[in-house]
Design a protein around this ligand. Structure first.
Ligand code: 2BA
Length: 109
């Protein structure tokens, strides 16, 4: 069994969850925050049998879009608060960041 930890953009999360649950995959949604942008994103925990890995990766790819967002980058080591944020810069985000882990045991009691 595999556990996918998929970090996706909020705008894609519901469509992705619908596509997964339509195919009877089990999924848990967590509200998370990216360390770089300090903006909300969504992390999905998806436990699957190994034979379904390719299909689930394809569903994630089909639902998660690459986007460009503008953000001011925070420099916590700046000498003054006025210098701590840069002018807005373009940041490319997504489609999805996916960690794939082997599951030792899966128990539903
Ligand atoms: P954030 O950390 O908010 O990052 C948003 C986007 O900012 C990233 O998109 C990437 O394009 C850019 N970025 C991140 N760190 C950067 C840096 N040190 N220098 C320049 N640009 C940087 P994605 O790569 O698509 O990542 C989207 C979100 O996925 C991340 O949000 C973070 O929450 C998560 N993520 C990505 N890689 C991760 C990792 N290795 N470990 C844990 N979480 C990760």
């Amino acid at each position: 069994m595999k556990l996918l930890i998929a970090i996706v953009q909020d705008a894609d999360a519901n469509f992705l969850m619908d596509s997964l649950t339509d195919k009877r995959y089990r999924v848990t949604k967590l509200a998370t925050t990216g360390g770089f942008l300090r903006e909300g994103n969504t992390t999905l925990l998806i436990g699957i049998e190994e034979e379904n890995l390719d299909e689930v990766k394809q569903i994630i790819e089909d639902n998660c879009k690459k986007r460009t967002t503008q953000s001011s980058v925070i420099n916590p080591t700046a000498d003054s608060p006025l210098l701590a944020t840069s002018a807005p810069v373009d940041v490319n985000v997504g489609g999805a960041t996916v960690f794939i882990l082997d599951v030792d045991q899966y128990i539903r009691i």
